[in-house]
Every structure is written in structure tokens, then in C-alpha cells.
Design a protein around this ligand. Structure first.
Ligand code: C5P
Length: 401
């Protein structure tokens, strides 16, 4: 998508062996059109020369919070404000621990606290240190704060161990960052998203539902919000905190979800149906609790309205995106659904896989639209959501032209 064009990237380098790759990372980021400034920790200077980084970035390199010369050129608060994106690569276990605890004892950790830009970290360390509970706990804390973790590669390490802990290649990191949705690309655009399951009442105490956690829809709402969109999330019952800056409308049944969606899509630009809407609801909701009497109980069901189809059938439909959770013939079923439901784009996931999808922290999707497709490889749901929003935005703007 090329979202790094003209982006101000602050690259923080900490003291790990992988720091030798950072001049190449600067070159790869600059090749994407980014402006790059580098901040080094003291120990990083043992692994890579500030002069090399200065030469490749074309900017002076900062390494000291208390450097009058650096502060005169660009003070640390100005530097924090200058950044559109902060990436720490490699991020050592020590720096990760400091960030998790909010320390600010050097220029880099101070900048992380002082910036409002999204923060990405590419941890690199010995595999045992990566697996250490303390490291994993610290990463979980950072993840909850919205820091994006670029997972290390597996392989042979400088120390001779084999396992996860290698910093991904500079080209991979640059490609990953370049696929991020550019901030502001959805300024003035209203996006309505459904998420989670619906619950269909059987009697006053019972309902029928499914295992949808709502995580994917909430991540998509957050990604759209970060791109500047005004976001309304129509959510079934889930145990998730509302994403910041997003208007959440809580609903329970498919019919309530349809009503909320139809009211919100009258003036919306993009609609994304992530919810696992129950296809059927009991024909009657009985007023009193059904008593245990016969050995068998028969319930009859009627079909619920298809929310996505209803939106796509509006006289002036928004750019409409659906999901296709399939267990077989994923590509074919998804393409059929794209045409049948008159969608602009469909995101297919293979729910027969145990490692992704429903109730998992990770997902992998294949996107299909009228004349193209794109594979989003397995990653955290927030990363997949960012990449999905990047593709939706690109197709939305193309359709509008
Ligand atoms: O046809 P199927 O249920 O597999 O389609 C899935 C897509 O349709 C999802 O995007 C889901 O949110 C949407 N959907 C809907 N209303 C329904 C059923 C599914 O919006 N009643």
C-alpha cells in the first residue's frame, strides 16, 4: 500500500547483536519513502556505529537525554512529536522490561513515554530469554497498551542456540510497517462494524448463541479509528473493553443488531459485517421458563434477517465488507458469497484450522474483491485488522474515484 511514504519514523536501536542490521533497516525504510531519525541506547553503540546510522539516515543520531547539542537541534519532546511512528529494533529484554514498567532513564525510553505515535518493537534475544516468563509478561503488558510486537524469527542464534529470538530481516520489517494503514486516510469517513455473536432468546432464562469472541470485530474497529474514521461498533454480548474513540452500541439479538445497523448505515461510507449473527432464532419466545417434563423437547426456528445483504441492498449502499468463515472450499464459497450478497470485499477464514479464528488470539485471512485477492498470513488479530483495513481503504478509495 505504501503507507510509509513521507512518514516520519523514529528508529530506536538497543544493544543486541542484531543491531548490526539496523543501517540496512534504515536504508529499506528510506526506500519506502520514509524520513528516518535514529536514537541509540548506550549499549547499542557497542554493536553499531552511530556514524554509519547518521550516514544512511541523513540525519544526526541521538543517544543522550542530557546532550545540550542534540537538545539545541531538536529537543527530546520535539523529537517525540516529530515521529509518526516509533519502531525499536532490535528491542532487548532489558529495554522491553523498562518499557513495561514505564522507566525513562535514557533518551529512548523517555521518547516512548513522550510520544503519541504508535510504537512497534522487534524483540531480539536468546531463545531462553525470549521464553522467560518475565519477558513474556512484559510483552503482554506492552501488547495491552497498544504496542505492536513484531514477533522474532526462529532459527540459529548468534550464541549457537536454536529457537525464536532472531530479529526479522530488515526488508520484512520495512514491508510490515509499509502495510500499516496510514493515519488520516479515513478522515471524515464513517465506518459501521458489527462484532461478536448474537443471542436468540428461547425463554426468560435461556438463549442460543455461538462461540464468537468479538475480538476480530473490535480489532477492526480500533484499526479504523486509528486511521481517522468515525467508527460505530454494533456489538453483540462480549467480554471486551470498548476500543478507545469508538462509539459502541450494545445489542443482543440479530433483529436488534439489524435495527441498529440500518439506522447507522443511512449515512455511512463503509460497512463491515464481522458479527457471527445467528442464522436462526426460535419461532416463539415463551414467556415463562420451559419446565423439565418430557424426555424430548422440540423447538422450531425461523430464519433471521441477513444484515449484510440488507445493507448491500440499500439504494445507496456503503462500501460493504463481509466475512466468510468456512471449513472447506474456502476460496470458492467466499467468492460465491461476494457475488451473491453483492459485497465489495470479502474476508475469508478457514475455521477448520485450530490455531486461528474463533476465540483465538490469531487469525489469517484471504481477501477477495471483484478483480483481486490478497493473502494475510497468520498474525495477531490486531495486526490482521490493520492489514485488512489497509486493503479496505485502498479498494474504497479506488471505487470512489
Ligand atoms: O452467509 P454467512 O452467514 O456465512 O455470511 C457471513 C457474513 O454475513 C458475515 O460477514 C456476517 O457478519 C454476515 N451475516 C449477517 N447477517 C446474518 C448472517 C451473516 O450480516 N444473519
Amino acid at each position: 500500500m505504501g503507507s510509509l511514504l513521507n512518514t516520519n519514523i523514529l528508529l530506536g536501536v538497543t544493544g543486541g547483536i542484531a543491531a548490526y542490521k539496523t543501517p540496512d533497516l534504515v536504508r529499506k525504510l528510506k526506500a519506502k519513502g520514509a524520513n528516518v531519525r535514529v536514537v541509540l541506547t548506550q549499549s547499542a553503540k557497542e554493536f553499531v556505529s552511530p556514524l554509519s546510522l547518521q550516514a544512511v539516515s541523513g540525519n544526526s543520531v541521538s543517544d543522550d537525554l542530557l546532550d545540550p547539542a542534540a537538545e539545541a537541534a531538536m529537543g527530546h519532546i520535539e523529537l517525540a512529536k516529530w515521529a509518526d511512528l516509533l519502531i525499536i529494533a532490535p528491542a532487548t529484554a532489558n529495554t522491553i522490561a523498562k518499557l513495561a514498567h514505564g522507566l525513562a532513564d535514557d533518551l529512548l525510553t523517555t521518547l516512548v513515554l513522550a510520544t503519541t505515535a504508535p510504537v512497534h518493537i522487534a524483540p531480539a534475544m536468546n531463545q531462553q530469554m525470549w521464553h522467560a516468563t518475565a519477558t513474556q509478561d512484559n510483552l503482554a503488558i506492552l501488547g495491552r497498551r497498544g504496542v505492536t510486537i513484531i514477533a522474532p524469527d526462529q532459527g540459529e542464534q548468534a550464541c549457537g542456540d536454536v529457537g525464536p529470538g532472531r530479529m526479522p530481516e530488515p526488508q520484512d520489517i520495512a514491508d510490515r510497517l509499509d502495510e500499516l494503514p496510514a493515519q488520516g486516510l479515513l478522515q471524515g469517513v464513517k465506518v459501521v462494524i458489527t462484532a461478536g455473536p448474537t443471542r436468540e432468546h428461547i425463554d426468560p432464562v435461556r438463549y442460543m448463541s455461538n462461540h464468537s469472541s468479538g475480538k476480530m470485530g473490535y480489532a477492526v474497529a480500533s484499526a479504523a479509528q486509528q486511521m481517522g474514521a468515525s467508527v460505530v461498533l454494533v456489538s453483540g454480548p462480549v467480554n471486551l473493553p470498548p476500543p478507545s474513540g469508538v462509539t459502541v452500541q450494545k445489542v443482543t439479538t440479530a433483529e436488534e443488531m439489524l435495527a441498529a445497523v440500518m439506522a447507522e448505515t443511512q449515512d455511512c461510507d463503509i460497512f463491515i459485517g464481522c458479527a457471527a449473527v445467528a442464522d436462526y432464532r426460535p419461532s416463539q419466545v415463551v414467556d415463562q421458563k420451559i419446565k423439565k417434563s418430557n424426555t424430548e423437547l422440540t423447538l422450531t426456528f425461523v430464519k433471521n434477517p441477513d444484515i449484510l445483504t440488507s445493507v448491500a441492498a440499500l439504494p445507496r449502499p456503503p462500501f460493504t465488507v463481509g466475512f466468510a468463515a468456512e471449513t472447506q472450499n474456502v476460496a470458492q464459497y467466499a467468492k460465491d458469497k461476494l457475488a451473491r450478497k453483492k459485497l465489495d470485499l470479502i474476508a475469508a477464514n478457514d475455521v477448520s484450522r485450530q490455531d486461528i479464528g474463533f476465540n483465538s488470539e490469531q487469525n489469517a485471512l484471504t481477501l477477495y474483491w471483484a478483480n483481486g485477492e490478497k493473502q494475510l498470513d497468520k498474525a495477531s488479530k490486531s495486526q490482521i485488522a490493520m492489514q485488512l483495513m489497509a486493503s479496505i481503504t485502498q479498494q474504497y478509495h479506488q471505487k470512489k474515484q
